[in-house]
Design a protein around this ligand. Sequence first.
Ligand code: ATP
Ligand code: MG
Length: 707
Amino acid sequence: MALQLNHLNACQRNAVLFSNGPLLILAGAGSGKTSTMAYRMAHLITERHISPREILGLSFTNKAAMELKERVKNLVKKSLGRKAVQGLSITTFHSLCVRLLRAHAERVGFQSDFTIMDQNDQLDVLKQVLRNIKIDERRFDPDVILFEIGQAKNRFMSPEQAETFFLESKRMSPDYGIAAASSYSRYQEQLKILNAMDFDDLIFYTVQLLESQADVREKYNFQFRHILVDEYQDTNAAQFKILRLLTERHQNLCVVGDDDQSIYGWRGADPSHILEFGRHYPSAQMIALEQNYRSTSRILEAANSVIAQNRNRYPKKLWSDRGVGEAITEVILEEDRAEAEFVAKEIFKNGQEKNRPWSDFAILYRSNSQSRVFEEALRRHTIPYKIVGGLSFLARKEVKDVLACWRLIVNPKDDASLRRIINWPARGVGRTTLEALGTYAFEKKQSLFEVMGQSSVLNPLVPKKSGVILEFWALMTRLGRSLTELPAEAEAVVTWAKDSLQQLQARQAVEDDCDDAVQAVKKWENVEELLHSIGQFSVEGEAQTGRQFFSEFLNRMSLEAQEAEKDEEQKDDSKKNQVTLLTLHGAKGLEYPVVYMVGVEEGFLPHKRTIDEAVDFGEERRLCYVGITRAKDMLFLTRVKNRIRYGKPMPRTPSRFLTDIPKDLIVRQDESDIPDPTSKEQQVEHESRIKNYLAEIRANLMKRPSG
Ligand code: ATP
Ligand code: MG
């Protein structure tokens, strides 16, 4: 059976049937770009009898690549049967590069079994380089330098070429630029000695391979006779070069994208690739898609009015015949928890009244750290959810590490927590040392921490480490003591907790675990969110001291983590039917019937980082556009008047992007006067559940031999 194209519109059909040569599909959100690309691939295979091996599809994330492949498979299956797509490559740039480099590593000076370095290895190498060239890592943060080196590689800049780039970078001061410039080449040399590449090298060396080795370039030009790229607006300079080199001979390059959805500028993505496609490929044809099939016209109009404020964009006319649809609701709440509670209740109500499955709903936020309160509220309402592209808040490493430090302070007998954080940040206390102390502690029926406070034991047992261990012991003991002296008030405990993180050098520890400076900032936001959650905590029963208050808080966190874990285990039963929580970045290309965009406030959207840097808000505005255009039927924009920060309410202002949406599209709902959104019965039920859990946890703690 021939591939059916009759429900595609004329422009989409033209793109599918387009013969050969460069083709650009530039169109707004939800206009069927990705669908058209899937159809074009299927058409090449079924009607033009191109072997699937000769087609290369590139997508932005593994998830997107997998989904696309599935769609093409299904389309082809109807015509040719199951095996017809064998050999078809639909993948990400990075996976493609690994494949090419493994096959030809020696051509760029590596062996084919090169290792791909993780972040820690990368940092170790860079720190060694910094020591060698006498750059003090206490003055120059290795994470920052690593991030900048990555930026240079994304632009395919050799160490020599990168010098000016570093010196002119607005992200760092000139002396940082000099440090980055002097370490880049040494860092690359060192990686070569180790036969290792970092993530950005995969792209970098592939460019080098294809540029310098004519026969290799020829081979892949011949092999991939049709290359199709989704989300082309987010390609960086190095990826752009790869595409040019791979299509040098045939120029059968079909790219699909939307300049208004370019949201990876901070990683070197360059929307001029899509805007100047016609200049790069003079014989290119361009097809615009104008009908949006995803959203109601009201949602579309809101999105259009936000993005219209950006300069330097390709003008588009997007329309939808899905009808005006329901009003967009802007909801204003008093504070964080009320916002989360509102969203959870709405989802519950909406799900029941309209018989919508949970999978119809998505909660979108700007930063991962915003997920915590929503997770808590969804769990409270027993609504299943999944976090896309991330772990649930309490399962994140930095959150678990900080909690382990605090648990140890509150309960020095907690050996498990001690083992978790004794080297967080690195103190050089290795496995052998811990084993020696563990054996001794076991024999004497003492906890590890107790043993660590005794110099008479440490000196003979682990002489070299005794100093650092005693220091650690003293610090934890001191922190424990000051906690006891506090009143049982959130504000005092937050101040203590903040101070404890400083003394524990937690920021350093978090940064040591990170790939780059941006990731470090995000992870630290999670730790700060944990501090905020102390500020919002209130004890169920009675607490006399700060220690009791804090201990109750830690119990609550254990309880929440257990619940999240349980949900995780049950995931298989209800795999698909869950509310989705994800960041605006992660939502690109996806769609949901009901979308809650939360925290639509200055500081989140635009993000405070971009406000501080006073850069143009183009990219933040595009993120807002991406968020709004994920919604098919219903869109809620929520914000709060105050966020509890460090135990105190901080006033918040609405996002500047909200004011660009015409008032007649929005219904405003001010819920901030309503005292408590939960019903009395729900509250009683919730409280009794919490009490049961706390009792359970206490019982478990009692059972532990060390506690
Ligand atoms: P984004 O910019 O968000 O990546 P997109 O342009 O890639 O969006 P798709 O995800 O391909 O758009 O399509 C959006 C929705 O419209 C999907 O649900 C898709 O099935 C539907 N759609 C696309 N083309 C048509 C069509 N011709 N008729 C009906 N529905 C369509
Ligand atoms: Mg798409």
